[in-house]
Design a protein around this ligand. Structure first.
Ligand code: FEO
Ligand code: CA
Ligand code: CA
Length: 661
């Protein structure tokens, strides 16, 4: 974080700049790093071959991939974008990148026109929300040109949303308090959007009266299901059943399940709570482990449920994986407590060869953990309804990455090992409510901020984005988190045993250590074919295209950190080109790149440009605070009467065809 950057609390919350929350003494494995790295590097080739043998993909795709690998060249032929920083977005030559949906655009047919000077909660509840993060595409009737776009709205930046909040007098900045109406706009700008989209004459557009169009907000009624549903620790004054909760918060990444439901992961929910509990309160330690209350938002001023002194159980009703049926706009979203409660980044899944479905889950905080959830039941491709409660029963596992190169998935099951009454776990409900403490007791590996994790059905591997952890000290490095003061993050590749995604063991290696490879002390491991534009820091989200290729989007590249904005990079994982990265798209100043997702035919790529104009303070020529009246960019409209707006961008190849061939 730049020391000159103004303190807008919501911007800092997203940067996860708070103190790490993991107090456990889980072991670290200092001295073995260099030995391990040289050995693992030596094994790369043979591991890649054995993983290909375990593939679950169609033969043709595999053959194409093997051919590319044998040739030894990159699987990506596009001409790179030049890395840098300016007011707008850039895509590789030969592609169109069109803005599809902006904050404030109509989602419901009766939405009023965006009027930023006169925002109301009622209007925002019908319009596209703020800070688009996860994007998913759900085909209608199997179409690649007509479907539902599902989009998370992670959080709000009031200093960029509302006029009149920031005043600067003689260089001193004041951030004024929000009114109740502004807070209520914020509640409605959170959550998610489901919107019908269609490609007409080669261009994607929103279907304004789409029958599935829906906004989900911080006020939408939801049901808590699974082991913690109805538990006393989830009961509040407003809900004596412990099963009904209003809204979802800080929906970061997510997923689309094999049965076509939309997953919204609740990440930094601690920021919305204020107030105090005394240290002898039964939830004090639980909340302390999660950083509750953090108080970045002013919601408790107007809504008692965000004041933990008044409603001490409300935070136990957030931090879950939320499942939404997008095909029924009246459906009640379900908070699936079986998948644990922590700062959920996302939940990408794959149908295992035995029909069970495996969800990979990151807990995005410094020194927190990587999880997966394996359903008890099996996926039924012929009966959608039969799958709708698969997420209520199954086993949650946490990962231990060993120096030997193996990974052990340890079950978080009540009564097993230390997860007993003796340690304060009366039932599985307590395990899921305090997932982090249960994982601490099992000795899980403390990671460098686990973000998106995606299984790759083509090569049978799993990719784990670890964004950074500058708080890791030299004596805390371990094999899976090998750099102290890890400013630029890394990517781990897991191969589950026997290609079985439900396996409790597997092997792993570091695919990439990120950062500038020309600076030796950084220790970046991009291939030597990677150009000055091709390297990146802070991997956050990722996508795997229909040919099994990896695309990585970033959060935290800026002029002072890496001399470039965030963006989307294509990363080779196979053959001699492994570890080569190329810049495909870059965002405007201050933005983060989220939501990469391809249509199944890989001809359309959706991207989310999140928090454009935020914190671009040390970009030469923009060396000042960025706020509503004076943003560092007015992307995407570049109209002085409109604020900078987070937006979803749709990328297609000029003349048609797959994005990357
Ligand atoms: Fe919301 Fe972990 O990024
Ligand atoms: Ca993220
Ligand atoms: Ca992020």
């Amino acid at each position: 974080m730049n020391e000159h950057q103004p303190v807008f609390k919501t911007s800092q919350l997203e940067l996860a700049d708070a103190e790490p929350r993991n107090p456990s003494a889980n072991p670290t494995m200092g001295e073995i790093i260099s030995a391990r790295f040289s050995r693992r590097g030596f094994l790369k080739g043979s591991l890649a071959v054995s993983a290909i043998a375990a593939t679950v993909s169609p033969l043709a795709l595999l053959q194409a991939e093997q051919a590319r690998a044998q040739e030894g060249g990159s699987a990506f032929s596009f001409t790179e974008v030049e890395a840098g920083v300016d007011e707008t977005h850039h895509v590789a030559e030969g592609y169109d990148a069109d803005v599809l949906l902006r904050w404030g655009d109509a989602v419901l047919p009766d939405a009023p026109a965006f009027d930023p000077a006169n925002q109301t909660a009622d209007a925002q509840a019908k319009q596209f929300g703020y800070n688009n993060d996860y994007v998913g595409y759900i085909p209608l009737d199997g179409s690649d040109e007509h479907g539902l776009l599902v989009v998370n709205h992670e959080y709000t930046n009031p200093h960029l949303m509302f006029p009149g909040l920031v005043t600067i007098v003689e260089g001193e900045m004041t951030m004024n308090s929000l009114t109740k109406e502004q807070v209520d706009v914020e509640l409605m700008a959170h959550g998610g959007t489901i919107v019908e989209i269609r490609k007409v004459d080669g261009k994607w557009q929103v279907v304004p009266d789409g029958q599935y169009n829906r906004r989900i907000t911080a006020m939408t009624e939801m049901e808590l299901t699974g082991p913690a549903a109805g538990h006393d620790r989830l009961k509040t004054n407003a809900d004596q059943t412990g099963t009904k909760v209003l809204g979802t918060l800080n929906n970061c990444a997510g997923g689309v399940t094999p049965w076509g439901t939309y997953i919204m992961a609740e990440e930094n929910f601690h920021g919305y709570f204020s107030g105090e509990l005394t240290e002898d309160h039964p939830e004090f330690a639980n909340y302390d482990r999660l950083g509750v209350p953090e108080g970045s938002y002013e919601w408790a001023n107007f809504h008692d449920r965000f004041d933990i002194a008044k409603e001490p159980n409300e935070p136990n009703r957030f931090g879950y994986i939320v499942e939404v049926d997008p095909m029924d706009p009246t459906s009640v979203p379900k908070k699936r407590t079986a998948l644990g409660r922590f700062k959920h980044e996302g939940a990408e899944s794959i149908v295992n060869k035995d029909g069970r479905v495996v969800f990979y889950l990151g807990d995005d905080e410094r020194f927190d953990y990587v999880y997966k959830f394996v359903t008890a039941g099996t996926y039924n491709p012929d009966d959608r309804a039969a799958n709708m409660d698969l997420l209520d029963e199954g086993t949650l596992y946490v990962a231990r990455f060993d120096e030997s190169g193996s990974v052990e998935w340890m079950p978080l099951v009540h009564g097993e090992g230390p997860l007993t009454q003796e340690n304060g776990f009366e039932s599985q409900a307590d395990i899921v409510i305090e997932t982090r403490r249960a994982a601490d007791l099992l000795g899980a590996t403390k990671m460098d901020r686990p973000e998106d994790i995606e299984p790759n059905g083509t090569n049978g591997k799993v990719y784990v984005m670890l964004t950074n952890n500058t708080r890791r000290e030299a004596e805390q490095v371990d094999a899976a988190n090998p750099r102290a003061e890890n400013a630029f993050g890394h990517i781990i590749e897991i191969a589950e045993a026997d290609g079985d995604f439900a396996a409790t063991t597997g092997t792993w290696e570091v695919l990439l250590q990120c950062g500038d490879p020309s600076v030796a002390e950084v220790g970046a491991t991009f291939s030597t074919d990677t150009t000055v534009n091709g390297w990146f820091g802070m991997p956050d989200n990722c996508a795997i295209d229909s040919d099994g290729r990896l695309w990585v989007s970033t959060d935290g590249n800026n002029p002072s950190a890496t001399g470039r904005t965030d963006g989307l990079w294509a990363v080779d994982t196979e053959g001699a080109a492994r570890g080569t990265s190329k810049l495909f798209f870059r965002v405007p100043v201050g933005a983060e790149m989220c939501g990469p997702v391809f249509t199944p035919n890989a001809e359309t790529l959706f991207l989310a440009v999140q928090h454009p104009g935020d914190g671009g303070d040390d970009w030469e020529g923009f060396g000042r605070v960025s706020y509503y009246e004076d943003p560092s960019t007015r992307w995407p409209d570049f109209d002085d009467s409109l604020p900078v707006r987070p937006s979803v961008v749709v990328v297609t190849r000029q003349g048609g065809g797959k994005i990357a061939v």
